[in-house]
Write a protein that binds this ligand. Structure first.
Ligand code: PPS
Length: 287
C-alpha cells in the first residue's frame, strides 16, 4: 500500500492515504477498547515515539529485548493505521495503542472502557518546526513550501491531522471522562526519572529504582536515535527520504528560536491568544 500522494478526508480532517483508509478510520472509530489497554494520544511531533518507548520498557519491566527487536509500529500500533487491525487481533491484554486522532472521532468508543489514556503535549512552536522538517522527508505528506508558508497553514489548521488547537483543547477539556494522564515533552526532557515514576504510579505498575534507571538510560535521545526499531531507518527511502532529514532530528526544547523570525513569533502569539482565549489551562513549555 503506497498511496503516497493520496489524501484521505475523514470527519473534516485530512490524513495521509499512505497509512489511513476509510475502513481503517471506521475500525478506529468503532474500536472496542479493553480496560487493560493503554492509549497514547498525541498531536504529531509531540513526543509519541518517546512515550511508545517508555511504555514498552515499563511494561517489559526494563527488559530491552522487545524495544530492540520489534519496530514501534508493531509493538505500539496506531489504531487508525490500516495495518493495525491485524496486529491487535492477536493481542488480548495489556495492549499499548497509539493515536493521533482528535477527541471527536475516538471519544464514543473510548468512553465505553476504563482504558488508561496518556496525553503527551509539546510546545506548539517546537511541534511546527519538527513537523516542517518531517514534511520534507516524509513522501506521504505534502511538500511544506517555505517555513513561513507551513507556519500559516498550521495556524489555520489546514495541515494533515488537523488543527493542533482543536486537538489539545478537545482532549483536555474532556479529560474527566477518561482514566487520563497528562504529561508534556518538556517534563520528560526536564526530569525523565520523575516522569517515569509518575507514569508507573498512574499505570499501577511499580518498578524498582534500578529498573527505572535502566529505562531512563535506554530512552535518552542518543540511544533512541541509534535504535533502528524506532528511528524509522527501516522504512524505505521512497517513503521516508533519509537523505532529506532524520526522524530523530534534534530532540530539543526551544528549537523554534532557531526558526521563527520576530514577525512569525508575533503572528503565532496573536493566533494562540485568540484560539486559546477561553481555555483555562496553564502550559509550561520551558525547562
Ligand atoms: S510522530 O511522527 O508524531 O510519531 O513524531 P513524535 O514521535 O511525536 O515526535 C518526534 C519528535 O520527538 C523527538 N524525540 C525525542 N526527543 C527527545 N528525547 C527522545 N528520547 C526523543 N525521541 C523522539 C524527535 O527527535 C522529534 O523531535 P525533533 O524536534 O524533530 O527532533
Amino acid at each position: 500500500m503506497a498511496n503516497l500522494d493520496v489524501t484521505l478526508r475523514y470527519s473534516g480532517i485530512n490524513f495521509p492515504g499512505h497509512l489511513h483508509s476509510m475502513q481503517s478510520m471506521q475500525f478506529a472509530e468503532g474500536f472496542k477498547f479493553h480496560d487493560t489497554d493503554t492509549l497514547i494520544v498525541t498531536y504529531p511531533k509531540s513526543g509519541t515515539t518517546w512515550m511508545q518507548e517508555i511504555l514498552t520498557l515499563i511494561y517489559s519491566d526494563g527488559n530491552q529485548e522487545p524495544a530492540k527487536t520489534i519496530p514501534n509500529w508493531i509493538r505500539t500500533p496506531w489504531i487508525e493505521h490500516y495495518y493495525c487491525e491485524d496486529i491487535l487481533l492477536g493481542k488480548a491484554d495489556h495492549r499499548i495503542i497509539t493515536t493521533h486522532l482528535p477527541y471527536h472521532i475516538l471519544s464514543k468508543s473510548l468512553k465505553q472502557s476504563n482504558t488508561k489514556v496518556i496525553y503527551v503535549a509539546r510546545n506548539p512552536m517546537d511541534i511546527i518546526v519538527s513537523f516542517y522538517h518531517f514534511h520534507k522527508m516524509a513522501n506521504f505528506l505534502p511538500e511544506p513550501g517555505t517555513f513561513g508558508e507551513f507556519l500559516e497553514k498550521f495556524l489555520l489548521g489546514k495541515v494533515h491531522f488537523g488543527s493542533w488547537f482543536e486537538h489539545i483543547k478537545d482532549w483536555l477539556s474532556h479529560r474527566e471522562e477518561f482514566n487520563f494522564f497528562f504529561i508534556t515533552y518538556e517534563e520528560l526532557k526536564k526530569d525523565l526519572t520523575h516522569s517515569v515514576e509518575k507514569l508507573c504510579n498512574f499505570l499501577e505498575h511499580s518498578l524498582l529504582p534500578e529498573v527505572i534507571d535502566t529505562i531512563v538510560r535506554h530512552c535518552n535521545f542518543t540511544n533512541m536515535k541509534n535504535n533502528q526499531m524506532i528511528n524509522y531507518t527501516l522504512i524505505p527511502n521512497e517513503i521516508m527520504d533519509h537523505q532529506r532529514g532524520k526522524f530523530m532530528r534534534k530532540g530539543a526544547v526551544g528549537d523554534w528560536k532557531e526558526h521563527f523570525t520576530d514577525e512569525q513569533k508575533q503572528l503565532f502569539e496573536k493566533i494562540f491568544q485568540d484560539k486559546m482565549r477561553d481555555f483555562k489551562f496553564r502550559f509550561i513549555w520551558t525547562l
